[in-house]
Design a protein around this ligand. Sequence first.
Ligand code: PNS
Length: 164
Amino acid sequence: MKTVAVYPGSFDPITNGHLDIIRRGLRIFDELIVLVAYNPNKQYLFSIEERVEMIKETIEEKERVHVDASCGLLVNYVKKSGATIILRGLRAVSDFEYEFQMALINRRLDREVETVYLMTGYKWFYTSSQIIKEAASLGGSVKGLVPDIVCEKLREKYMIGRKG
Ligand code: PNS
């Protein structure tokens, strides 16, 4: 039987830290669904379509990785897709409380779904899409933190923002 895990997140935009989790997740699971999911606490820079497109363009292992989007409850998506696992990356201490809450509520909503955490690689420990956007919006270089095509999209986005 194939083990399928859903890797959900905002991916606004996808970073090299996310790609590291995808690469390592593929060593554990047969297939991964990278899911652009809705976090009601966030305001997004990129549309769902733009985020899905950037992920598709940067994924190397196309056969075992699928990309999708969902606006509903995560556990419902997991069940519907035939997966049993939610994969998340865990960074510095600040992530822990939120992730703990998420894992508990998801388990309460569906006891057959387990959340598995991978510790983020040390290179990405203190980076986040949020801090990358802040640097890029102020003209800072984020090369090396996100794939090159994402660097380009960030540049375009903030240039349009400055003109408009
Ligand atoms: O990258 P993020 O923003 O930390 O990802 C959070 C995300 C999108 C995975 C989370 O908000 C989520 O699962 N959203 C879908 C709605 C849901 O099922 N929420 C948890 C149970 S209330």
